[in-house]
Design a protein around this ligand. Structure first.
Ligand code: BDR
Ligand code: CA
Length: 312
């Protein structure tokens, strides 16, 4: 059983990552913290709470993170995720309250009291985790690992070589990457393989439960925002769930230990993850980088997770 805190910015693919985490018997979701990324922090908080309400998991504590990246203005993910961050589905109003403390303090509360080491899963910009590491230095040893959705080796989805989450807050990503805590990085190389095919999305539409209705609507909107022709993909890449999927079964991935550095200053490349795949520098590997995934297993995991929810 993996004890995790999910730091996310829902976001369509964040919603699917959260749904898989809630559904999995191998994951113990201790808390959800939210970041500014796909939408403003107030909206991603509301979205996370609506999703937990939908899944009847109001018992999971939730806290909102920083309003802005560490040093930059927020870039908005509105082009992919719409005005609410979760356009395409009707979500319930949250029927519980957030913890009323900052994300960093909820992380600290859990890490200082939990019996086991905790895995942090980051599916938005790294702002909250970077702040947490700076403020609560003494709690680092309570973190088992940090699993991050972000970056790419020679690939980008926001700039030619930059991925959205790292691009939003490169300074935060650099702090986390250089923290010395074990890192698992799921970059675009693996995310682009984690596709749902149109026939698999049709299967989701046939599932009869309230979570499936919402997931179906979200996938349709996300599919319309994603320019399949431009990317020449057969399916819809679902970035964020790669993190939770890896925790559920790492044997379904191919990975390699590499040094990953974050470019914060480059004129053309600020926000790029510089992944030393061939060990060309003498910088020590600091991350387990995921490169390939068993796509069919992944698609089945998404579908089976949705099926597992109650029909009421
Ligand atoms: C990442 O960017 C966001 O829009 C998604 O939620 C995901 O975390 C992919 O680059
Ligand atoms: Ca995200």
């Amino acid at each position: 059983m993996e004890d995790i805190i999910l730091d996310c910015d829902p976001g369509h693919d964040d919603a699917i990552a959260l749904m898989i985490a809630v559904a999995s018997k191998n994951i113990n979701l201790l808390a959800v913290t939210t970041s500014a990324g796909n939408q403003k922090h107030s909206q991603t908080l509301r979205n996370a709470m609506s999703l937990l309400t939908l899944m009847k998991r109001e018992d999971i504590p939730v806290a909102s993170g920083n309003a802005k990246p560490l040093t930059r203005d927020l870039i908005s993910g509105i082009s992919m995720h719409g005005i609410t961050g979760l356009d395409g589905a009707t979500l319930p109003n949250p029927d519980f309250f957030s913890q009323g403390i900052p994300a960093t303090e909820l992380m600290a509360k859990i890490l200082s009291t939990h019996q086991k080491k905790v895995t942090l899963v980051v599916t938005g910009p790294c702002t909250n985790v970077a702040l947490f590491l700076s403020v609560h230095f003494e709690l680092r040893s309570s973190i088992k690992q940090i699993v991050i959705l972000g970056g790419g080796m020679g690939l980008g989805n926001w700039g030619p070589t930059t991925e959205f989450n790292i691009q939003v807050d490169p300074e935060a990503a650099k702090i986390v990457m250089e923290s010395g805590i074990p890192i698992v990085l799921a970059p675009l190389n693996v995310d682009f393989e984690a596709q749902l095919l149109p026939e698999e999305i049709k299967k989701i539409h046939k599932i009869k439960n309230p979570v499936a209705d919402v997931m179906g609507g979200l996938l349709d909107f996300y599919g319309m925002s994603f320019d399949h022709q431009h990317w020449n993909f057969k399916g819809l890449p679902l970035y964020d769930p790669c993190t939770v999927a890896w925790l559920i079964d790492p044997t379904k991935f191919e990975s390699q230990r590499c040094n990953v550095a974050v470019e914060t200053k480059g004129e053309l490349t600020a926000g790029e993850t510089v992944i030393d795949y061939y060990h060309i520098t003498n910088r020590k590997p600091n991350a387990n980088v995921l490169f390939h995934i068993d796509r069919q297993w992944f698609a089945d995991l998404v579908i089976d997770s949705i099926k597992s929810f109650s029909t009421k």
